[in-house]
Design a protein around this ligand. Structure first.
Ligand SMILES: NC(=O)c1ccc[n+]([C@@H]2O[C@H](COP(=O)([O-])OP(=O)(O)OC[C@H]3O[C@@H](n4cnc5c(N)ncnc54)[C@H](OP(=O)(O)O)[C@@H]3O)[C@@H](O)[C@H]2O)c1
Length: 286
């Protein structure tokens, strides 16, 4: 299958490349294709003529989205509309990545694909708009919601991933406060990339939740990072109210991989096992 990956230098885009190595993959970084340049994106993709467009791009600096809503909607919704039109014109498939933040966090148990979204921030609204466009207009799509990504490529847009940020702070001897009232499922991009690769050939299009298994607060995740890395850090829990981030985050955004499980396809391991694998995988590269 001929595949074009947009956002190829990002965390997920980077790990998708080895996961899809049996396919004919063209990785496209922001330098090669800026998805907000609609004609450039269209020209490039019509030249490549992929069977599958895999969009990992996003404007996901969640707090900055509050003050830059136009940019959020441009990247997370309008650029997606452009990709939908291109995919339809090529009679191809679009894979688009969305977020746990489309939910308001009022649930007490993991959100399945049937749960009704209620976004709380500009970022979340812009991502949900992208989702609506995909679901309404795209002929063949996989729409994948995930949560708390970390991967070896780090996330340039966010200034490094959470795990590396924690380790760097501890190594600098900083006292570290992390929120203990937002429950998530941290997800390793290698696992997500492999799960996407497994789903691809089946043509079971539609909406999927895809995260590692289990759940924890960001504080508990930071604690696990230090435990598994053998780092003695000055870590204390805090609350979202004390932290006062500009954008409201859901207090609970755990996703159930319900559709994958129904299809007998769920290969996602527990987040703690995935974190241990990440720490091991990255070791020789440093
Ligand atoms: N990170 C998370 O915790 C999380 C959680 C839930 C869902 N998601 C979703 O998962 C997807 C992948 O996230 P990620 O963590 O892999 O993000 P990432 O590491 O920041 O990668 C995103 C990539 O998109 C590129 N990009 C951004 N704007 C672009 C534009 N206008 N044109 C072309 N490329 C552009 C970035 O380029 P630069 O490197 O030049 O910035 C980067 O390579 C996103 O859709 C995100 O919304 C992420």
């Amino acid at each position: 299958m001929k595949i074009a990956i947009l956002g190829a230098s990002g965390q997920l885009g980077y790990d998708l490349q080895p996961a899809l190595q049996s396919h004919d993959v063209t990785p496209l970084t922001r330098n090669e294709v800026n998805v907000t340049n609609f004609s450039q994106t269209r020209d490039m993709l019509l030249e490549i003529r992929p069977d599958l467009i895999l969009n990992t791009t996003a404007y996901h600096r969640v707090d900055d989205c509050e003050t830059h809503p136009e940019l959020a909607y441009q990247v997370n919704a309008l650029a997606v509309l452009n990709l939908i039109r291109i995919a339809n014109d090529l009679d191809g498939v679009l894979i688009h990545i969305s977020t746990d933040y489309v939910f308001d966090g009022g649930a007490k148990q993991p959100y399945t694909e049937d749960a009704v979204p209620f976004p709380l921030s500009v970022y979340a609204n812009s991502k949900l708009s992208g989702e609506f466009l995909v679901r309404a207009l795209c002929k063949k799509y996989f729409l994948i919601r995930t949560c708390g990504l970390y991967g070896r490529a780090g996330s340039q847009g966010k200034g490094g991933n959470f795990v590396e940020t924690m380790i760097a702070k501890a190594k600098r001897g900083e006292s570290i406060r992390v929120v203990n009232d937002q429950v998530v499922t941290p997800t390793y991009t290698v696992d997500l990339a492999r799960q996407i690769a497994r789903l691809l050939p089946l043509e079971q299009y539609g909406l999927y939740h895809m995260t590692n298994e289990g759940s924890c607060t960001w504080y508990e995740f930071a604690n696990a990072v230090f435990q598994l890395s053998g780092i003695d850090a000055d870590l204390t829990p805090t609350t979202s109210d004390v932290y006062k981030a500009p954008a409201i985050r859901p207090r609970y955004s755990v996703l159930e991989n319900a559709r994958l499980k129904q299809l007998g396809l769920n290969e996602m391991r527990h987040w703690r096992e995935a974190l241990a694998a990440y720490l091991k995988d990255k070791a020789p590269q440093r």
